[in-house]
Design a protein around this ligand. Structure first.
Ligand code: HEM
Length: 352
């Protein structure tokens, strides 16, 4: 996992360094760079050597996400999604291409795994195929936990859609916050240099980054990439004075809870990573008021993945660059698939 993150981040950093070759500062919108980086990181981790196909999957999923957002913002007309509009036709095409690409990768990987012990590959696709193979060997192909090819395709798609834009959103907001809070940018850089010097960040060191973790938590509080979590109630439930009938779907507004003055105090809207200096339970006083990755059994399966990626990318950026906000940046957080700056994130970058 770490080599995949490192490679993806090095490629981005090379591009930024090239931009700084001619001038001592450069202005750029970091959003497309970080979106591409997190797509590459997922492609490499999920599909290993075959990540070129992963790249295409990532492009298609991004295009699909745009159509889904459009559809979510329109009036709901039952059955409308079957109407042969230009957008619906394109969505169907994307779906078909996605399925075909992933199925082709599954077939190729299964072939390669049959010719070897199967343990040479350590990406998500092999993990899924290997665990499935074990279930079949132990219980036969009809066992209810055996995944079909369709299931594996859906798992791969889910990892992409759930893991790519969320992580890039966290990184984008973090750079914006550190651009307007130069004291925290300096503290984070000081810590990164103290732990890694100019060396490549390693797993052990990432676990020791306290200030960087506090900053990431505060960014996740103020700008949670997933702005709400849904739950469906299994049985009639009494909640305070309310009786919630079975099968009701509850919308838990993460964004509102994270900004609630009663829960977080008068400075709820301020960027103050210090509130996390003694960990999450002290900051929340033991209440469930901070849940950027959801809560309970169905909470985000990729949260460690995302935090490690974010810490590594941030460390590598801080080791090499200083940054501040460009006057061209306009602060308009927009809830699309994830929470992101509507007009991009323009910063002025210089060498550190
Ligand atoms: C900053 C980054 C991320 C944020 C804020 C985030 C947030 C979330 C949230 C709020 C949920 C719903 C949890 C619930 O209902 O309680 C979720 C689910 C999920 N996330 Fe993430 N996520 C992030 C990164 C990732 C990554 C990197 C991956 C994969 C590598 C991933 C894979 C998933 C999956 C597969 C689910 C569905 C889990 C299930 O239904 O059992 N996420 N995520």
């Amino acid at each position: 996992m770490l080599p995949a993150f490192h490679l993806s981040c090095s490629e981005m950093i090379c591009k930024w360094e090239e931009m700084l070759c001619k001038d001592s500062t450069t202005e750029l919108d970091i959003m497309p760079f970080l979106e591409f980086l997190s797509g590459e990181a997922i492609s490499r981790t999920a599909f290993g050597g075959n990540y070129e196909n992963g790249r295409r999957i990532f492009q298609l999923q991004r295009e699909q996400a745009r159509y889904v957002t459009n559809a979510m913002r329109s009036f709901y007309i039952p059955g409308w999604r079957y109407a042969p509009t230009k957008m619906h036709r394109r969505m169907n095409e994307i779906n078909k291409e996605l399925k075909a690409l992933i199925k082709q990768m599954i077939r190729e990987r299964e072939k390669a795994m049959q010719m070897t012990s199967g343990n040479e590959f350590d990406d998500l696709l092999s993990t899924l195929l290997n665990s499935n193979r074990k279930v079949v060997q132990e219980n036969g192909p009809k066992q209810k936990h055996v995944m079909t090819t369709e299931d594996i395709v859906e798992e791969c798609k889910l990892f992409f859609s759930a893991g790519q834009e969320t992580t890039s959103s966290l990184l984008v907001w973090t750079i914006i916050m550190l651009s307007v809070n130069p004291d925290w940018q300096a503290r984070a850089r000081e810590e990164v240099i103290e732990v890694f010097g100019t060396n490549q960040p390693d797993f052990d060191g990432l676990g020791r980054l306290k200030v960087v973790t506090m900053i990431l938590f505060e960014v996740l509080r103020l700008y949670p990439p997933a702005t709400a979590v849904l739950r469906t109630i299994e049985k009639d439930t009494q909640l305070g004075e309310m009786l919630l009938p079975a099968r009701t779907t509850i919308f838990l507004p993460t964004l509102l809870v994270h900004h609630d003055v009663e829960l977080w105090g008068e400075d709820a809207s301020d960027f103050n990573p210090q509130r996390f200096s003694e960990g999450i339970s002290k900051a929340t006083k033991g209440r469930i008021s901070f849940f950027p990755f959801g809560w309970g059994h169905r909470s985000c399966i990729g949260q460690n993945f995302a935090m490690i990626e974010a810490k590594l990318v941030l460390s590598m950026i801080l080791q090499r660059f200083k940054f501040k906000l460009s006057p061209g940046y306009s602060h308009r957080p927009l809830i699309s698939v994830v929470l992101q700056p509507e007009h991009g994130a323009q910063i002025i970058l210089s060498k550190y």
